[in-house]
Design a protein around this ligand. Structure first.
Ligand SMILES: C[S@@+](CC[C@H](N)C(=O)[O-])C[C@H]1O[C@@H](n2cnc3c(N)ncnc32)[C@H](O)[C@@H]1O
Length: 210
């Protein structure tokens, strides 16, 4: 596969600048909250891992991580990170795959930061079901979803092919799980790639009952 090519689809975005800006930033609040709730490390999936800011934290805390992204560049950059200790590297598995085709292995923690909304609506429900099924009892989802007031929802150039969830839809997704964090963010800021936007984001941590 040519460098920079996404699996299964024409490349529509250049993520390289995003990875360069974000890879060494600290892990997300959702990931820190989920990690604080586990007594011991286990097996995690980082879906849409990008530059690996969450993956690296999971590895440092002793987790085994399957890092997945559609972009071969993201996976190559993560694998080449100089700040990964040999011990961490030994617990890292990477895969270039699209959400739509991804068959998750059993996991204690599924992380997906600012990535799941990029799954097309037609594939989202099936993906979410696969992720829930993959979670072991006591396992957790630490994810972000976008709300309908996010500026990309009304932007045909950006929002087409993305999935947005209002409060009712989020509640339906989380039915049967123990919600440990559900924070609705509405804010104005500039994306790592310099685009001003209105964010409507759900920050979610939810556990599968034992
Ligand atoms: C906004 S970035 C977030 C990256 C990382 N999780 C973070 O928090 O920095 C979204 C990531 O999702 C990946 N992505 C987008 N659509 C995807 C798809 N359909 N399947 C798998 N990965 C996808 C992109 O390549 C990108 O790396």
């Amino acid at each position: 596969m040519r460098r920079g090519q996404a699996v299964g689809a024409t490349r529509v975005k250049d993520w390289a600048g995003y990875y360069a800006k974000t890879a060494t930033r600290p892990p997300r609040e959702t990931v820190r909250a989920a990690l604080a709730a586990f007594a011991a490390p286990g097996a995690a999936i980082d879906l849409g891992c990008g530059g690996g800011r969450d993956t690296v934290e999971l590895l440092r805390r002793g987790w085994r991580v399957l890092a997945v992204d559609a972009e071969a560049d993201a996976i190559a950059a993560l694998a080449a990170r100089p700040d990964l200790a040999p011990d961490d590297r030994a617990r890292l598995e990477t895969r270039v795959a699209r959400f739509e085709d991804f068959a998750p292995p059993p996991a204690d923690l599924v992380v997906s930061s600012f990535a799941l909304p990029l799954c097309p609506p037609a594939a989202f429900r099936a993906l979410w079901s696969r992720l829930r099924r993959a979670l072991r009892p006591g396992g957790r989802l630490a994810v972000h979803l976008y709300g309908p007031e996010d500026s990309w929802a009304a932007d045909p150039a950006r929002g087409r092919g993305m999935t947005f969830h209002d409060r009712v839809a989020v509640a339906a997704l989380l039915a049967g799980l123990t919600v440990e964090l559900l924070r609705e963010e509405r804010s104005e800021s500039v994306t790592p790639r310099g685009e001003a936007k209105h964010w409507h984001v759900w920050h979610v941590v939810a556990a599968k009952p034992v």
